[in-house]
Design a protein around this ligand. Structure first.
Ligand code: PAF
Length: 283
């Protein structure tokens, strides 16, 4: 496995692979890799000859009061895991390499819909930071396909829209949500959950599941179902950011005749913000 710190060197290596007709898969990450990330690498390996994983804790997608400085940086452990799974290239650039003109002067990529709701409502600028860095990474790696986890459902929807709107020649593949045995979605931020909170945090997943069970059984009072989920989470002692039941494609509030519905939620523990979602296809 080769580690690249510079745009020029990874481009040169990938240029040789591309000339040899190799299909290139890409898994962008912010590091602190856990088994869900490794599964995304395995998904890319199924259809690609070369798999690139990037590790870059992108400051542009963190708000001023968010956890950019606290975000775990575990490069050695990450590269061990990537080597073990047979990842080919790791791109590990510095902030200077990605933002040589500084973040304030960085040209931005903005998807005009879907970014001010759900996670975007409490994290202004977050998705602009994501789409900007993902565009840059796509331009650097020029992958044939890129794999993103469904846990970040809104991120995936926003990236799909960006790729469609900007005619980017990249297949976007969704990797499933990987969960602990009790249902907690795997996330780098789970490391911030305290031992005392850990048994209760599954309430986020349970409350979303409960809402979808009611929808499957015929209820369409989505606003009421959202309130019920919020109450369940609050009773478990957590502060809710949002619970929304949405049209899976547009992320607008679900309508009575929608057949693809996703319940999304975010809540705060003492020192983590956790997100989750569950989708339902009604036939
Ligand atoms: O999902 C993430 O880890 C990040 O948002 C991403 C896609 C790597 C962009 O920084």
């Amino acid at each position: 496995m080769q580690v690249f710190h510079h745009i020029q060197s990874i481009r040169e290596a990938l240029g040789v692979d591309r000339l040899a007709g190799k299909r290139i898969g890409f898994v962008p990450t912010m590091g602190n890799l856990h088994s869900a990330h490794i599964e995304l690498v395995k998904i890319a390996q199924q259809s690609c000859d070369i798999v690139v994983c990037s590790i870059f804790v992108n400051p542009l997608q963190f708000g001023l009061n968010e956890d950019w400085d606290k975000y775990p940086r575990t490069f050695d452990a990450d590269t061990n895991k990537l080597r073990e799974v047979g990842c080919d290239y790791v791109f590990y650039p510095s902030e200077q390499e990605i933002y040589p003109n500084g973040m304030a002067e960085q040209t931005r990529v903005v998807v005009p819909t879907m970014i001010d709701v759900l996670c975007g409502a409490s994290r202004p600028g977050h998705f602009e930071g994501v789409t900007t860095v993902v565009s840059k990474l796509f331009n650097i790696v020029q992958p044939d396909e890129a794999v993103f986890g469904l846990k970040d459902f809104q991120q995936l929807a926003v990236i799909r829209r960006m790729v469609e709107d900007l005619c980017m020649p990249v297949d976007i593949i969704a990797g499933p949500i990987f969960r602990a045995e009790d249902g907690l979605a795997l996330s780098s931020r789970n490391g911030f959950i305290t031992a005392a909170e850990r048994p209760q945090v599954t309430v986020l997943n349970q409350s979303l599941q409960q809402a979808l069970t009611h929808i499957e059984a015929g209820r369409r009072d989505f606003a009421e179902l959202e309130l019920e989920a919020v109450a369940t989470i609050e009773q478990a002692g957590f502060k809710v950011d949002y619970v929304n039941i949405c049209n899976s494609r547009t992320l607008t509030p679900a309508a009575d005749d929608d057949t693809d519905i996703t319940a999304l939620g975010a809540m705060y523990t003492e020192s983590a913000r956790l997100i989750d979602n569950i989708s339902l296809e009604l036939t």
